[in-house]
Design a protein around this ligand. Structure first.
Ligand SMILES: CC(C)(COP(=O)(O)OP(=O)(O)OC[C@H]1O[C@@H](n2cnc3c(N)ncnc32)[C@H](O)[C@@H]1OP(=O)(O)O)[C@@H](O)C(=O)NCCC(=O)NCCS
Length: 319
């Protein structure tokens, strides 16, 4: 498999830490020192489906691929306004595609899970060109009175078009059933037959436990894919990590004994955009011309579940 094109889309409203401090007991100093986040783009009047469609069109254009030549669409999404049809169906309509499509929810690790599914479809001969769209609005999952969670997140969409190739050198995904460290619950429609107590519980997080799991899983996953690919960590040009917290990125960098310049980050400007964060950052780097043919890229993500994933890619997008 190889990544042929990238795209992204962001909501228009910029929410700075100072704006948060106007209605929350928090400060720019606290948020920046604990997370690196200075601001985030968040949903106001937009719909997530429109952002997802926009990121998809952007990636198709970058790849030079017509939507009619896409054989399969995978959308990674945790929540959006529609329960059904799936977000991938809405994207399908928005880009005028003609292939099957499906949504997956592997929380913030969704991009890695989608890449692995895409590779499996290609290997099985079921699809050649696959569109992956990661679109997320975690700001609709949090309690905006809870300073421990709402300051961390932003919304956005990132997309890639993948086609056949030999760039993906190793990929792994994992899950350990730590379902209580990061979760949100919501009520379904009542029925005359339901008598159990149900309630909406906005996003709950055991921050320090998530932090430790994120650092240790990232280090293990990155080491595993590098070993499988037969590549030394020193040979890797870019470590593109899920953008949840700058301190997690710095912690992984330090423990892997690598130079921080190999760990690009944009969490300062977007916050944690769940599974959209890696394809959004990849698109930024691709459009800026950071990525050279032959560069070795590692993606590594972690999220609710507790899901994790990593892969190693040798970049050759425009060949
Ligand atoms: C969330 C996180 C930044 C909190 O940092 P921390 O150093 O662990 O802080 P703690 O939770 O121990 O809280 C320390 C204090 O700061 C307070 N605090 C929490 N959020 C605050 C905020 N936004 N502003 C000001 N104070 C805040 C807490 O109430 C606590 O106060 P107390 O000691 O009086 O009770 C950190 O744990 C983290 O980044 N975890 C990983 C989160 C993540 O990546 N989630 C997504 C995974 S996909």
């Amino acid at each position: 498999m190889k990544i042929k094109g990238t795209g992204s889309a962001h909501p228009s409203l910029t929410l700075t830490n100072d704006m948060l401090a106007e209605f929350l007991d928090t400060s720019d100093e606290w948020i920046v020192s604990r997370t690196g986040i200075k601001q985030r783009q968040i949903m106001s009047d937009e719909n997530l489906k429109d952002l997802a469609i926009s990121a998809a069109k952007n990636a198709l254009e970058d790849a030079g691929t017509d939507a009619r030549d896409i054989d399969f669409i995978i959308c990674s999404n945790v929540v959006n306004e529609y329960v059904t049809p799936s977000l991938s169906c809405l994207v399908h309509k928005g880009i005028d595609a003609s292939c099957p499509c499906v949504d997956i929810n592997a929380a913030c690790s969704g991009f890695l899970y989608a890449l692995q599914i895409a590779e499996a479809y290609q290997k099985a001969g079921m699809a050649k060109n696959i569109l992956i769209v990661c679109a997320e609005e975690p700001t609709r999952m949090v309690d905006w009175n809870d300073r421990r969670t709402c300051v961390l997140f932003g919304d956005g969409a990132g997309a890639v078009v993948v086609t056949e190739g030999d760039d993906l050198k190793a990929i792994k995904v994992t899950n350990t059933s730590k379902t209580d460290v990061l979760y949100e619950q919501r009520c379904l429609e009542p029925t005359p037959f339901i008598s159990k107590e149900e309630q909406n519980i906005p996003l709950q997080m055991k921050g320090q436990e998530v932090f430790k799991s994120a650092v240790s899983s990232s280090i293990k996953d990155i080491t595993d894919v590098a070993t499988e690919a037969g590549v030394a960590l020193e040979e890797i040009d870019w470590f593109i990590l899920h953008q949840a917290n700058l301190r997690i990125v710095e912690g992984v960098c330090k423990l892997l004994r690598q130079d921080l310049s190999k760990f690009p980050h944009n969490v300062e400007f977007y916050g944690n955009t769940s599974s959209a964060s890696i394809p959004m950052l990849l698109d930024e780097m691709n459009k800026r011309g950071d990525l050279k043919d032959g560069d070795k890229l590692v993606f590594s993500a972690f999220g609710a579940g507790f899901t994790t994933g990593a892969c190693l890619i040798e970049w050759s997008a425009k060949k």
